[in-house]
Write a protein that binds this ligand. Sequence first.
Ligand code: FEO
Ligand code: CA
Ligand code: CA
Length: 629
Amino acid sequence: MIHDNGSSNRSGNRSFEDVLRARMSRRNVLARGAALSATGFLAALAGNKLFTQEATAATAQAAGDAVEGTGTAIARQGGSLINFSFVRAADGAGATPSISSDYQYEVLIPWGTPIQPGGPAYNGEPNRRPTAAQQAQQVGIGHDGMWFFPIGEGNDHGMLAINHEFGDNTHILGKEAPESLEDVRLSQHAHGASVVEIRKVNGRWQNVSSSNARRIHVNTPVTFSGPAANSRLLRTAAGNAPLGTVNNCANGKTPWGTYLTCEENFNGYFGATGAWTPTEAQARYGFSAGGAGYNWHVFDPRFDLSNPRYANEENRFGWVVEIDPMNASQTPVKRTALGRVKHENAEVVVGQGGRAVVYMGDDERFDYIYKFVSDSNWRSMIARGISPLDQGKLYVAKFNDDGTGNWIELTINNPALRAKFADQAEVLTYTRLAADAVGATPMDRPEWISAGPNGDVYATLTNNTRRTEATPPNPQAPNPFGHIIKWRDSNNHVGTTFTWDIFVLATDTHSTEKSAFGSPDGLWADPDGRLFIQTDGDQPEVNGVKLNDQMLVADPGSGEIRRIFSGVTACEVTGITVTPDRRTMFVNLQHPGDGDPALTNFPAPQGSGRIPRDATIVITRKNGGIIGS
Ligand code: FEO
Ligand code: CA
Ligand code: CA
């Protein structure tokens, strides 16, 4: 999401910045001892080889030598996985997308596409916006995380589950504030998620009629599961049944074939029409009388924090929601065992003993990284009729100065939590407060997390404009460009300790045209180990060109980063999924031109006057190769 979030963490827990500074200072001593150049030192800090071992002079020197000429901060270790022509800076700032000359793209399911072909359509004409009822039958706005679920062999046919994170009122309604409940419903129906059936027909991907396609939005029935499901904290005096999902940012995919959609900045949709004083928990989650300006609360009492009949409604948002993409009659399930935060994505891996492990970031400045581990083997749990996402342990990360870390369990059995919370349901509903109480490490806006094939787990820390002190590897204060960290857990993802290191500092890529980027957000490690990096926010200026948001591919082994795709003016590039053969990739362009037709008319022809629409981009390699190669 484009919003540069504030900070609500007043816990006083030691920030990641402090830990990083201490760790890098220690390394600085080691590096000086090895008489490394400044370039070599930067490479050494970020070097792959340094990740699980101490910075010996030999490995640091090797990393420093290898990185010469690449201008990137990843240590070179072998042959490259990436062999495409990068998008030049001069092509990275336009009103239409640019892609590597070795690749091509087409546009799929922009905002307003009928879920079922033949249904009501919206094409971006400024004076023909959809009604609320029509929007409920159309692909929403704010395309973000998504996943492709193959049908059959699946390389040309499948279900695409896709999030609709947000669209501001000006983009959706054509005005700054709703003037009626109908306006609010139109906005609400543009949010949520879509499940569409897509197929390659005559060489072109399109959505096709489907018994499994559906829209899930802010007024769709949902249900709760897990330890907090029956909590008083999720009930209202009005007795209204749980409805909807909102600000669906990034995603996950389970080993059992379901889709996870993650609720991020849900607080912004609530406001107060009357007198209201935030509770400690409401303040910690960033609720305010005005919200983020959506003004739903003016016409829909469910979102009015000052209406006592709907007290606790706000606790029904901030969860990870499970959707079956192959069953349109399934009720989406909010999995409370995974905690309630501003969820970015939910990276699911199978760990030791077949346990389902879910890594999750809470995207706000100075918030935390979490991990959930199911109680036992996911297959055996499902065979017993138990969701692996309902029974397990939730942990929060603590990063230590020496490159180690600890996963601290958020359990009511911890005396620090028992003193503050009544039961596990309360711990889970107010996860941020629980994490504050156990000494978790505040991070620089955790966005996506992705696990690589060798067990390394990567997380984007998109930026932190409140960084107050420069450190040797990141000499800008404040630091608007962010970085990527990585760690490796003990005991194949299920242990309670880990080792960590910096993967790349975005500022270290700025001197090289092919690799310059900032504000890393979307992230995917492919089965070969390539790391796809998508951006949302401030990008560097290269050769006099201020870059648009973009997608790059990193090869952790060879040390290269190359730009493969560049978005349009004032957009975000986010969401990433592929067909089983990895010859087709889907990514999203979110809020092109921030909705302003004066900046871009994408995906309509430039100059058409159409309102720009969020859309999915289908990427293929011209020679039919694996995407990223
Ligand atoms: Fe929805 Fe943190 O990006
Ligand atoms: Ca994001
Ligand atoms: Ca972001």
